[in-house]
Design a protein. Structure first.
Length: 333
């Protein structure tokens, strides 16, 4: 019921915006192409569909959003590359994709950095001007920030309570990610399997992968959860994302269409932030009902926090600047 009310509010807000310019004469539509890994039927896709309608109505048919779902434009690294070359105008990406736009943004997803969404929100807001400037300098505009969910360790046939329990597993790491490979390097004795997002499900099916770190909602929507049977209750981090557009494409639009795109993009991002957090909590509750749940002891949690600290320290050796990591650790409390 709460999610339904949230969608009604989103529809209402976007409809109000749509009504402002609906009377304008329609001409040939300016098309904005946007890639995403999310399925169209997912919570992300549902919000994007509302956003599409609002943009079309407010612009009087002069502006059209055209989404490519399910990774039709490739993995996030490929989508960012296509934005740079002009083959794609925008993308809804996670921190991994944002790291391809402006690498320091990926540091928000270092393990063990935040203990709550509130801590993340405060840190992201503090860093936002710096991150958005970095993206703009690279030729991108962040229309709005969003979230993906709390990252949990999910496995098959093994319960990972301590870092050393990873030995002997076959964990998936996102090929474009610069953080998780370092995580496994610090653990030692583990050979992760680097894959693109579309490759994960078939590899889970064959048993080539039997462990991963992901939000419950992502594991559900991409059908990974159906191949796994054990989940750690504690979250290791908070997965974030954003709506990103090519600055060249945005700047090439008439001023009124730029305003429409940016105004509705902010509303869509805000709606995604609220909805995805609730949907992720609900997905976690569903997985807990289907899987073996690992509850960590205080001593086990302490050992994980020690590992996370080592990982963040290792990431200062060539991935992120020591000053950035120290600042984010300070903001994380």
């Amino acid at each position: 019921m709460m999610l339904r009310r949230a969608m009604v509010k989103l529809l209402g807000a976007l409809t109000v915006l749509a009504g402002i310019g609906a009377s304008q004469d329609a001409s040939a539509a300016e098309v904005i192409t946007i890639g995403t890994l999310a399925p169209k039927s997912s919570p992300w896709g549902q919000v994007f569909s509302v956003w599409e309608k609002a943009v079309a109505e407010k612009s009087g048919g002069r502006l059209e959003l055209r989404f490519y779902y399910n990774g039709q434009q490739g993995d996030e690294g490929a989508m960012v590359g296509k934005m740079k070359s002009g083959q794609l105008d925008g993308a809804a990406v996670t921190a991994v994709g944002l790291g391809k736009v402006h690498k320091p943004i990926l540091a928000l997803q270092m393990p063990g950095l935040f203990s709550s969404w509130a801590k993340l929100d405060a840190a992201r807001e503090t860093m936002r001007p710096e991150f958005e400037k970095g993206a703009a300098d690279a030729g991108f505009r962040i229309l709005g920030w969003g979230d993906v969910g709390q990252a949990h360790l999910i496995t098959k046939g093994v319960a990972v309570r301590l870092p050393e329990d990873f030995k002997g597993t076959k964990p998936y790491v996102w090929r474009d990610d610069a953080v998780m490979p370092v995580f496994f390097q610090v653990i030692g004795g583990v050979t992760p399997v680097p894959l693109g997002i579309p490759e994960v499900l078939p590899n889970l099916g064959t048993g080539a992968v039997n462990a991963l770190v992901a939000p419950a909602l992502v594991a559900e929507q991409l059908q990974w959860a159906s191949k796994l049977d054990t989940i750690v209750a504690d979250a290791s981090g908070f997965a974030v994302g954003a709506l990103v557009l090519s600055s060249k494409k945005l700047d090439g639009l008439p001023a009124d269409l730029q305003a429409i795109l940016q105004d509705t993009g902010k509303i869509a991002s805000a709606a995604l932030t609220k909805r995805i957090r609730s949907e992720d909590d609900a997905a976690f509750a569903r997985l807990k009902g289907k899987m073996t749940v690992v509850e960590l002891t205080a001593d086990q949690k302490s050992k994980w926090q020690g590992l996370f600290k080592q990982v963040r320290s290792r990431l200062t050796q060539g991935t992120f600047s020591p000053d950035l990591v120290a600042k984010l650790e300070g903001l994380g409390g």
